[in-house]
Ligand binder design. Structure first.
Ligand code: HPA
Ligand code: ZN
Length: 337
């Protein structure tokens, strides 16, 4: 069967790799900038979109952090998160696990409380109004020191019931997982799940470190794992999930063309790959665009789509009952179509 856009759009899905600051659409950025009386260096939305042309991760991060500067109040963080939830509700996303980067905000004088309260309130409203279940993952910025990550972990402790896991993002090359070994150990002991971006631009060695030193529960990106056969075998043996982000990989030039994207190879090798949007406002697509574009580029089959979506439900940090319920919905969908 040829996969249609409608089939993808209606497919029940889970998102496991989404930076909430990366869902900040230019329209909302202008609105909040006006409200907070902040100048942004663009005249209009077209100018903003024209600036979203990246040659690598760092060029993206510079613009992404600049955009986040506009966010100041609890309401801003609520509106940002609410806009994302409205979007994924239309895309049949049943469950989402979102990253937030507290240091991007606390370093410019916005309190940790302001950030997390706005995000959490919107997530609760999304659960009530749309039935979208969620988990929140706090990411440490790896270009900053481990001491600063420790400070952030301390600020998070009063909110530990709202935070399921810790992650590691920002500029990868030169900031290996080993730099954060101690803070991740303490986070694990405090009961947090552990994930890390590794092997997006950084080498397979960083993925080994994420596995062996950080003891991750899930691997974000992981593309460059394919350069090391022994690593691939280890990831397969552990059934370690990879949160793969096709349009992000294209926009940040991790791949030259989606036709060269390794997603199908990952599945063929038995890797537990999933599809995610990463920073949809910057990379040109939410979940359904990611699924649609990669399906077309790689001629994915219905079996591939089932595997990818099932992997995401299984690898999520949802509780077992919720996982079962979502997988039941997925099975119903594939059985009737
Ligand atoms: N990689 C690293 N850091 C990030 C990303 C990413 O894809 N998105 C937002 N912060
Ligand atoms: Zn990411």
């Amino acid at each position: 069967m040829n996969i249609t856009r409608e089939f993808i759009d209606k497919m029940p899905k889970a998102e496991l790799h989404l930076h909430i600051e990366g869902s900040f659409e230019p329209e909302l950025m202008f609105e909040i900038a006006r409200r907070n009386q902040i100048n942004i260096p663009y005249k209009n939305i077209d100018e903003v979109k024209a600036a979203y042309n990246f040659n690598n991760l760092q060029e993206f991060l510079d613009i992404y952090y600049a955009g986040a500067n506009v966010l100041q109040t609890e309401r801003d963080f609520y509106d940002l998160t609410w806009a994302y939830l409205q979007h994924i509700h239309k895309e049949n996303v049943l469950h989402t696990e979102i990253f937030f980067d507290p240091q991007t905000h606390t370093d410019r004088g916005i309190s940790f409380d302001t950030v997390i309260k706005g995000i959490h309130k919107a997530l609760e409203d999304g659960k009530k109004q749309f039935g979208i279940s969620y988990r929140l993952i706090m990411s440490f910025l790896r270009h900053l020191s481990e001491a600063e990550a420790f400070k952030t972990l301390e600020q998070a402790l009063p909110y530990s019931s709202w935070i399921t896991g810790v992650g590691l993002d920002s500029s990868e090359v030169g900031n290996p997982p080993s730099k954060f070994e101690k803070v991740f150990e303490i986070a694990r002991q405090a009961g947090f799940k552990v994930v890390a971006h590794a092997g997006e631009e950084g080498p397979a060695e960083y993925v080994w470190e994420a596995l062996n030193l950080l003891q991750i529960d899930r691997l974000d990106h992981g593309n460059r794992s394919l350069e090391d056969e022994k690593l691939v075998k280890t990831l397969v043996d552990k059934q370690m999930a990879l949160t793969v982000c096709p349009l992000s990989n294209l926009k940040l030039k991790v791949v030259k063309d989606l036709k060269e994207h390794p997603l199908k190879t990952m599945l063929n090798k038995g890797l537990k790959a999933t599809v995610n949007s990463d920073d949809p406002a910057y990379f040109g697509g939410y979940m359904n665009d990611n699924f649609w574009e990669i399906t077309q580029a790689l001629n994915l089959t219905k079996d591939d789509l089932y595997r990818l979506t099932r992997n995401a439900f299984e690898a999520s940090f949802a509780n077992d009952d919720r996982k079962k319920e979502m997988i039941r919905q997925l099975d119903d969908y594939f059985n009737k179509s």
